[in-house]
Design a protein around this ligand. Structure first.
Ligand SMILES: [Zn+2]
Length: 355
């Protein structure tokens, strides 16, 4: 009886041409998430970690606002958790008041997050956003201009130092403003930019703790917020150390070690290997969930968003519970993006792209 049912099922599957398909769990997650055009029409919720997850209930930042413009629109990466989108809009207004004439918005997330076909290990759960270090032009750019306009490279690629002719007090103010929001846990910048801030910021330096050096990030900065309410399956990241990060961990970036060429540049990246089985199981449901009628229907036009402050402010006199750092020689800065997911296959360390 049972056997008969089974062979009937096999025959039906055979007729439908499904039998030879690989299990869904073996499909590459980046292909599935990269194909999604719209978010889920469900409550906002992040699943998993920044570099290994997905999210539901995403909203898009409008292509234009009074104080921002979305760049590279063809990538369709202007989606995020509503708290992220609301914060970007707030930053754009505050920065404008500070003297930065509007934000150029780079990649946020795909409509349902997940790994991407190109670029970015993280940006998977709607809580990461890239913002250009180029001020917004005083005109509304065409689609074509947004695709082709070059960003300004702020750092000399040989010395890894900021190009002094390009850096302005407004750049510093923009990063300080972004770091000022309690929900922002870390901001990734090129080591040269971190060094510039370490060398020049006077007075309140407490915000430098959130500014983390990392490869790339020489024409944009990366703003990351903590897990938000309603996301019990969102995995947060360790808080940054309490100090300004201008000492030994930063010095490491100005040695040869971080810049040695990748010995195995053609090795697959984590995103190339990730299958659905590597992501939180809820990500399958995220792929299957119904979407809104249109992108416009899921575009954020203001309104209150409950926000969590995931990173507690340090105590007045921070004192580590234990003096053992346990970090050995590895600078904490190297963990800015945190653990690469375990894939059962060797995963290369992040390196600057081959020239
Ligand atoms: Zn980024």
């Amino acid at each position: 009886m049972a056997l008969g049912k089974k062979s009937l099922l096999a025959a039906v599957l055979g007729l439908l041409g499904l039998a030879a398909q690989p299990a869904l769990s073996e499909e590459r997650a980046k292909d599935l998430f990269g194909a999604e055009k719209l978010p889920t029409a469900t409550a906002p919720q992040s699943f998993g970690f920044y570099s290994k997850g997905c999210f539901a209930g995403g909203v898009a930042i409008p292509m234009d606002g009074p104080t921002w413009q979305v760049m590279r629109p063809s990538r369709n990466r202007r989606w995020g958790h509503p708290a992220m989108i609301a914060l970007i809009e707030r930053l754009s207004r505050d920065a404008d008041a500070d003297g930065w004439p509007g934000l150029l918005i780079g990649d946020i997330s795909q409509p349902r997050g997940g790994p991407m076909m190109t670029g970015h290990a993280s940006h998977q759960i709607g809580l990461d956003a890239d913002i250009w270090l180029t001020p917004m032009p005083d005109r509304t750019m065409t689609r074509a201009q947004r695709e082709s306009m070059s960003a300004t490279l702020m750092v000399d690629e040989k010395t890894h130092l900021v190009k002094d002719a390009l850096w302005t007090p407004q750049h510093t103010a923009l990063l300080k403003r972004a770091a000022s929001y309690p929900e922002v846990e870390r901001i990734l910048v090129n080591p040269g930019i971190k060094k510039k801030l370490c060398d020049t910021v006077k007075g309140d330096r407490s915000w430098l703790r959130k500014i983390r050096p990392f490869w790339g990030h020489d024409y944009h900065f990366h703003m990351r917020i903590g897990c938000q309410p309603g996301s019990p399956d969102c995995k947060g990241q360790e808080a940054t150390p309490d100090d300004d990060g201008c000492g030994k961990p930063l010095a490491w970036w100005f040695t040869q070690e971080p810049w040695r060429p990748n010995k195995n540049p053609d090795a697959p990246k984590a995103r190339d290997l990730m299958t659905m089985a590597n992501l939180p199981k809820e990500c399958r449901a995220v792929l299957d969930a119904p979407g809104p009628a249109s992108a416009e229907a899921a575009t954020y036009h203001g309104g209150a968003v409950p926000v969590a402050v995931a990173a507690p402010e340090p105590e007045a006199s921070p004192q580590p519970a234990t003096t053992a750092s346990g970090g050995g020689d590895l600078p904490s800065a190297a963990n800015a993006f945190a653990a690469t997911p375990r894939m059962g296959a060797p995963v290369p360390r992040p390196r600057p792209p081959a020239k």
